[in-house]
Write a protein that binds this ligand. Structure first.
Ligand SMILES: NC(=O)c1ccc[n+]([C@@H]2O[C@H](COP(=O)([O-])OP(=O)(O)OC[C@H]3O[C@@H](n4cnc5c(N)ncnc54)[C@H](O)[C@@H]3O)[C@@H](O)[C@H]2O)c1
Length: 489
């Protein structure tokens, strides 16, 4: 393992993804004044994901978890018991960032904290492993990118499927270099997973006394919560989460961008989206049944989510009749179905012609964490498999889809299909959605569903076209002082 001096570290960082600005040179270096061969990591957020990530460190000899922080004192105490050598840094993440014994941080908080936490960490000189989805809205994503550039820090996004030594190269060779199925016509990305409602209280939830709610809420406006549980179900409120679109879309759209487009397409040109929160009456806001159509300027991409069980045929609850979590690439000579753990290719007659393995999905995030540790210890951001650039590009897809959905009007199938040029893949996805809802005794119409026109954008917070004005209010939020995401230039 190469030893790093402060000078070498800064020089290497400067040569990394982003050029170092003059202000970054004054930022503290990770290994200030001491050689290092073991990365000392602070974990911010000790919930399901954060705790799970710590279980991989016994097998990563050149890294250790040295500090833990969570405003939920019960969760924090539980993890501290399991990791007795790690410092208990309490509820305020700034204790971790100010700690000179911490070289880098993992941020596994609720989504509403991701950008501010990452910016604070970088300002304190730490490199960052940031869980997906990286941000709640377009503007936040821009500040994150600007911060990494300004402070010259290494940022790995928690899309662990990117660290798969075999799958992506094989998929790209099959689909693109050898073109074994001919030209790609369209893609349908899908996530099918049943989730229950989250309750609907008549009086606002009182956060448990064991949670420092001021720190938990951080940058988000203090609005009453009517769901039953504070933790995890924050995913389904716009104040704190990105819904299933940003939760699983952060993985699946990222995989699609990687394998189908080789990351060549950053933001799509425009997206239209439709959906509903349907099937139960709860306090959740984000859609549990959803479709989006991305006009990439090249191959069109359809995205479908169903969080209600498929009563028609639980086994076939697939994306456009494909896998339950993944994507189907429709080609002139057959189709390629990526599903959890692997992929299968079929010829035009439907005969299976090849199978692929995706090891990252069996191995979990261990190799991905190793990749982060390796990049930081070698001060070489070019080694990252999921650098901020790709995470940010993918965020423009799920944030675009969510923004379009939120701007939607009463649904009209005819209007949606006409706008999308009667795209056959979208028509099939909507047909599947209708079948799935009908089996639940539910209808997909102007009373139950909403759908947008096209949201036109280029990945920045500058929205063009029909929604240029209406989208303004969704580009960022009114941050709750003093937890304000700063403008980074
Ligand atoms: N990469 C993956 O495959 C994957 C899988 C699961 C979750 N995740 C992501 O990990 C994140 C956490 O998800 P989860 O399932 O663990 O949710 P969770 O609700 O179980 O945990 C979130 C934790 O963050 C804590 N938190 C809130 N404010 C904090 C603060 N100011 N400082 C420190 N901690 C704070 C909460 O108290 C809670 O313990 C989410 O962003 C999620 O999308 C990624």
């Amino acid at each position: 393992m190469p030893q790093l001096t402060r000078r070498r570290f800064l020089a290497a960082s400067a040569a990394s993804v982003f050029a170092l600005s003059s202000s970054a040179i004054s930022a503290p270096a990770v290994f200030a004044d001491r050689p290092k061969d073991k990365l000392r990591i602070g974990l911010v957020g000790c919930g399901g994901r954060g705790s799970f990530l710590t279980t991989f460190f016994p097998n990563i000899p050149n890294a250790e978890i040295v500090a833990l922080c969570d405003p939920d004192s019960v969760r924090l105490a539980d993890l501290c018991k399991k990791l007795p050598n790690a410092k208990n840094c309490g509820a305020d993440m700034r204790t971790v960032f100010d700690d000179h014994d911490v070289d880098a941080v993992i941020i596994a908080t609720c989504n509403h904290w991701h950008v501010l936490a990452a910016i604070w960490a970088m300002q304190a000189g730490k490199d960052v492993y940031l869980e997906k989805p990286i941000c709640l809205n377009f503007w936040e994503g821009e500040q994150l990118v600007n911060a990494a550039k300004k402070y010259g820090k290494i940022v790995q996004i928690g899309t662990q499927m990117r660290t798969d030594p075999k799958h992506h190269p094989e998929a790209k060779a099959f689909l693109h270099e050898k073109k074994e199925l001919g030209e790609i016509k369209s893609v349908c990305v899908g996530r099918f997973f049943a989730r229950n409602g989250i309750g609907k209280r008549s009086t606002p939830l009182t956060p448990p006394t064991t949670v420092d709610y001021n720190q938990w809420l951080g940058p988000s406006p203090d609005v009453p919560i009517y769901r039953n549980n504070l933790q995890y179900d924050w995913h389904w409120s716009w104040n704190t989460g990105n819904g299933e679109v940003g939760n699983w879309g952060a993985h699946l759209l990222d995989d699609c961008r990687n394998d189908v487009f080789g990351d060549a397409i950053g933001a799509p040109k425009r997206v239209l989206a439709g959906g509903a929160r349907i099937g139960y009456d709860d306090a959740g806001e984000t859609p549990n049944e959803f479709f989006a159509y991305f006009d990439t300027g090249a191959i069109p991409v359809v995205f479908r989510i169903s969080n209600l069980p498929d009563k028609a045929d639980p086994k076939s609850a697939g994306a456009c009749a494909g896998p339950s979590s993944g994507y189907v690439v429709y080609c002139e000579g057959g189709r390629y179905e990526k599903h959890w753990g692997g992929a299968v290719a079929f010829d035009a007659e439907g005969k299976k012609i090849r199978e692929f393995e995706a090891t990252s999905e069996h191995d979990g995030p261990g190799p991905h964490l190793r990749n982060f540790v390796d990049a930081v210890l070698n001060a070489d951001a070019s080694r990252l498999t999921a650098p901020l650039k790709v995470g940010h590009d993918t965020s423009t897809w799920y944030n675009g889809a969510n923004t379009a959905y939120r701007l939607g009007e009463p649904y009209s199938k005819k209007a949606v299909l006409e706008l999308a040029g009667n795209d056959a893949t979208l028509a099939a996805a909507i047909g599947e959605l209708e079948r799935h809802l009908t089996a639940q005794g539910l209808k997909m119409n102007a009373d139950t569903f909403r759908a947008s026109r096209f949201l036109e954008y280029d990945g920045t917070s500058g929205i063009k076209g029909d929604y240029a004005e209406a989208a303004e209010k969704l580009l960022t939020i009114d941050y709750r002082a003093p937890f304000v995401v700063p403008t980074i230039e």
